[in-house]
Design a protein around this ligand. Sequence first.
Ligand code: NAD
Length: 494
Amino acid sequence: MKAINHYQLPDSAAGLARAIPTDLLIGDRWREGTERQRIDVINPSTGEPLASVADATVKDGLQSIDAAAQAAAGWAATAPRKRAELLRACFERMVANSDWLAQLISLENGKALADAKGEVLYAAEFFRWYAEEAVRLEGEISVSPSGANRIVVMYQPIGVSLLITPWNFPAAMATRKIAPALAAGCTCILKPAEETPLTAYAVAQIMLEAGIPPGVVNVITTSEPAAVVKAMMHDGRIRKLSFTGSTEVGRLLLHEAADTVVNCSMELGGNAPFLVLDDANIADAVAGAMIAKMRNGGEACTAANRFYVQRGVYEEFTKQLVAKMGAVKLGEGSSPDTGCGALINRAAVTKIEQLVADAVGKGARVLLGGTAPSRRGFFYPPTVLADVPAGAEILKQEIFGPVATLVPFDSVDEAIALANDTEYGLVAYVYTSDLKTGLRVSERLDSGMIALNRGLVSDAAAPFGGVKQSGLGREGSHHGIREFTEAKYIAVEW
Ligand code: NAD
């Protein structure tokens, strides 16, 4: 299959030259959008255009459903072992191509190369995990309470799935959906964020090279997601929407889904609290804080947004965190010594500037950073704000950048109340040397995931997801494949 247009990834010292298709992938063809419009992809490190990709219209969106629907029966009937082997081939190919993929992610997203490399390997893990799950989709059988019949339950592919992903993890958020969808026997249409479409096309190209049949994975980029997705949701053939993105857009899509009663999985925003108790090992807590705050430059739904630190260790934790944050080098993602890359766009920088100004205006103290550098690209430096007052906006909104906000607390009950005082409930971090305390606190936190004495929860083998307005459903683990199935119950008498 040949694409008409490509982005030529610059040849680097590592010999990474590679042509990435920049047209829509619909069925067995790469092709331009029907209106032949293009979307510019901007390099956040420079603010300059990097490439352009095809811009899908409503008509293209509906044609992508045609392609996925045509391939659906054949893919559902493909033996689980075969599906597993194809997914395993995707894993191996992705790992083998991880160097140039990381380079590509860093170029279009702005993140540091080390973060991008970590993302590619994490993304590939979903192919490996779901290659293993594809052959383990077990059903249930039981005797009905009356004894009259047997209850047989089997899990069947839910049908054509629409997968919508954000720009912050352009590879991992795509594979976290594609891999379980394909493992379950569903065909899909991926609609990546318009800011980072090149990675999506590169992943699709790798999947085709690995042998995934045409039509099983389709990819469309559009500058009008609202109109295109609305038309697709109302078409009637989409049976599953799996969305990762902001809570605001998630709410809109749940309304859309209501009209045609589409099954939804929603991975939405977060406002993660990070609790450090008096008995915590402070060096460990700071190391965890650096991962929870600075992975992806803070542009993660799981990013620690609010550090609540018990009074007895507040000063020490703050001192060590400032030292570590101050040692992180801000720079272009592709430079090997960069620890914190560019933010996605100018609006992200402006939003952080406003949140910091609001907090400082209300009494927060700036211990590090706090001012955007005057240079090309979209940069904000690692920043630490201490004594952030309760009314500050920065404690209520996702910061999505390298800013740590510190708030002291006295009692554990107070910390739990502060942590739960949000509409979000994705992840919470807890540091304590007492496991009993840690588990008790974990139980009381309104959060889908808890990192106990750890700075990271993401794992293909674990159920990722939130409570409250952070989402519905789970991705990863055996829970993730169930999201792409329907339970069929057969009442049998024998
Ligand atoms: P976003 O909600 O603006 O966009 C996400 C996707 O939705 C993009 O593909 C976009 O094109 C599409 N979209 C936007 N408006 C739409 C509409 N009206 N109809 C249909 N599609 C539409 O989010 P973003 O800025 O790309 O990503 C950042 C957000 O994603 C943050 O809130 C972050 O917390 C969240 N996120 C959550 C998780 C998780 O697993 N819970 C993971 C990563 C990111």
